[in-house]
Ligand binder design. Structure first.
Ligand code: SF4
Ligand code: MSK
Length: 651
């Protein structure tokens, strides 16, 4: 009996990126299945896609059908307990926010705890690398940065400030006081809106726990009330857990400033030990960089026949290593399996988030050592090594890992195939560097951002962030969308896997302004020498976009609140629950936020309308969804134009 050949993905349909296409062909030739092939053979559940499957108790799963009279007909659908489509869909949505907020915020907590160990001098491999950032954030924790001595005001000892900030920071996850400290970083009118709505976050853990409680069977059964908690948890993520994480990473590892680096799978080198670091938290990767660059390890690699050690990143660890050290990203989320399929990956080190379990199966086909490092993220397959990272012994742990990679170099097979494609990029922007490169402030000169928005050279600003999704063509939505925004004079800020896509496809260079931008944006970028797409870091660094927007408001000329700015947000290829948490904190901060692919809301049209329409009346921002990247861009541009008109700066 003839056996049907398994269905596999068409590389040209799966991704627009040539190195990834080549690697997918290679994987298929070798009989290794990847996420792209599984996306062909496994289709998503239609009811789950619509957001109306509830499995919150053992009487379910209750899978609601479409209403008898069609989606706009009378809606009598309910689960066994009577939960309506709105309740089920809102509960699912709030649980996604809780999942995403928990991930970012637990990352932030890990950073805060390591900072406390560093401040107490018990984690000797960490220190204060950016005292200016520490002094900048200390007041938000109520920590004094000066002392009075004999009637004279003096600078307080930096170690003392660090310890006081660290002790306050770790409390933000569970303190009994009723307001998260960082909320006061938002524009005043926005804080007032949150107070009026009763959505000011108390502390990160409490908001996530309350999401889980309220979405339990038989608790909150009013979609608007459920979303209040969803909003509160998302704000605890964006304006607290993530923002503190970003700030303390800047304090310990240095604030990024623009630097040049390469990107894509082609950064791996055949004659070097290739060590790929993948995940999100820079606590380990920072130390791995120091170890891999040490003479001792380079000499050791040479003693094993390699010319050196090539470090590269995947996902947001890549962004963290890139923005502070210029370590190149080998790729974004959908390229992780292919870094191993090159046959040249001597070790892949992972921590938390966005790590596909299939890496273990792929690693089995090559010599690659796959190393998990985090106590909360192990992989069951027996070829995976677990080296638990402890910040108190960071250097020892990192040395062990780098040594494993070097020792494995001589086990490589002959079947190495590293794609040639690699691009040049300028990454590592932040609020200060945007300010610095655009005239030294946000307002008041020919070069500043606000003035160029007011005079119309820059039409507006877009934040394009988030993942890849194997249900859409890899990188295409990001790139087509960003190019359309640039053509229409919209300055683009990117983070996460969107930032890596932009780097890989050559949009993060000052030279790209002349190629892709409308005349106004091109003139500004060419005058000051910046790329038209600014890389602002990793997923937790979306907090940098919130702060950049806040600085634009404070500088004046563009309204009183973030919702007044000619700005919009986007996650065109979103996949992770973290994207929903991010989207919600942007919406609740006043940003019109468009997602691509689809949103799991179609089965509950009333709840969907609440997010897509009514939310704007409450917070000034709202959700939208558009899978077509050109239409997606024009929805954002139309919103930017509406805001320009309201500000009286349209032409
Ligand atoms: Fe069904 Fe209600 Fe249980 Fe959900 S909570 S599974 S709708 S009975
Ligand atoms: S890594 S959350 S796939 S952006 Fe931050 Fe990329 Fe999305 Fe993971």
């Amino acid at each position: 009996k003839a056996v049907k050949a398994p269905k596999v993905a068409d590389p040209m349909e799966a991704t627009m990126e040539p190195a990834t296409q080549d690697m997918l062909r290679r994987a298929q030739k070798l009989g290794i299945d990847t996420v792209f092939d599984r996306a062909v053979t496994m289709k998503p559940c239609a009811i789950g896609m619509q957001g109306i499957c509830c499995k919150n108790c053992a009487m379910g799963p209750c899978r609601l059908p479409l209403p008898k009279g069609g989606i706009d007909g009378e809606d009598t659908r309910k689960g066994l307990c009577g939960a309506t489509a709105n309740t089920i869909c809102a509960r699912n949505f709030v649980r996604m926010i809780a999942g995403g907020a928990a991930a970012h915020s637990d990352h932030g907590r890990g950073v805060a705890e390591t900072f406390l160990s560093a401040a107490r001098k018990s984690a000797k491999d960490y220190s204060v690398k950016d005292p200016a950032r520490l002094i900048q954030i200390a007041p938000y924790f109520g920590v004094a940065t000066t002392v009075e001595e004999d009637g004279v005001t003096k600078d307080r000892d930096i170690d003392e400030i660090a310890l006081a900030v660290a002790e306050k920071a770790v409390r933000e996850w569970g303190k009994p006081e009723l307001t998260a400290s960082y909320i006061k970083r938002a524009p005043k009118p926005l804080q007032e809106k949150w107070e009026k709505e009763g959505v000011v976050p108390r502390n990160v853990d409490r908001e996530i726990v309350e999401c889980m409680h309220r979405t339990l069977m038989g608790v909150d059964q009013d979609y608007k009330n459920l979303m209040k908690q969803g909003v509160r948890a998302s704000l605890a993520d964006g304006w607290c857990g993530s923002m503190i994480g970003t700030d303390l990473q800047d304090v310990m590892f240095g604030s990024p400033s623009p630097l040049q680096a390469e990107a894509n799978l082609g950064v791996m080198k055949e004659d070097h030990v290739n060590l790929i670091v993948h995940g999100h938290e820079p606590l380990l990767s920072e130390i791995i960089i120091a170890v891999a660059q040490s003479q001792e390890m380079v000499d050791y690699a040479k003693s094993k026949g390699a010319k050196g050690i090539q470090l590269a990143g995947i996902c947001c660890t890549a962004n963290e290593m890139l923005q502070r050290h210029g370590v190149p990203p080998a790729g974004n989320f959908l390229q992780q399996e292919f870094a191993i399929i090159t046959g040249a990956c001597d070790a892949m080190v992972v921590d938390v988030q966005c790590i596909m379990q299939n890496l273990a199966n792929v690693a089995k086909c090559f010599h690659t050592k796959l190393i998990t490092t985090h106590p909360i993220a192990k992989i069951e397959q027996d070829n995976v090594i677990h080296i638990e990272f402890d910040e108190h012994y960071a250097m020892e742990d990192a040395k062990r890992i780098v040594k494993i990679a070097i020792d494995n170099f001589e086990n490589r097979g002959a079947d190495v195939m590293i794609p040639k494609q690699r691009s040049i990029q300028v990454a590592g922007f932040g609020v200060e560097s945007i300010q610095y490169h655009l005239g030294g402030s946000f307002r008041g000169s020919y070069y500043t951002l606000n003035d160029n928005i007011i005079n119309g050279r820059i039409r507006g600003v877009a934040g394009v962030v988030g993942c890849n999704n194997a249900r859409t063509k890899h990188n295409e939505e990001h790139i087509v969308l960003i190019k359309e925004l640039l053509k229409n004079d919209v300055l683009v800020l990117v983070t996460g896997c969107s930032a890596i896509a932009a780097g890989v496809h050559g949009l993060l260079t000052p030279e790209s302004a002349a190629v892709y931008c409308g005349p106004g944006l091109a003139e500004v970028c060419e005058t000051v020498g910046i790329p038209p797409v600014l890389h602002l870091g990793s997923c937790v660094d979306n907090s940098r976009i919130l702060l950049a927007a806040t600085e634009m408001v404070k500088a004046g000329g563009l309204g009183d609140d973030i919702c007044d700015l000619p700005a919009a947000g986007s996650a065109p290829e979103w996949m992770s629950e973290k994207a929903i948490a991010i989207g919600q904190y942007f919406v609740a901060s006043g940003v019109y936020t468009v997602f691509g692919y689809h949103m799991p809301l179609e089965g509950a049209p009333v709840f969907k309308d609440y997010l897509y329409k009514e939310m704007e009346e409450i917070y000034g921002g709202k959700w939208d969804c558009e899978p077509d990247p050109i239409k997606h861009a024009h929805k954002m541009i139309a919103h930017i134009d509406k805001k320009r008109k309201e500000l009286g700066i349209d032409k």
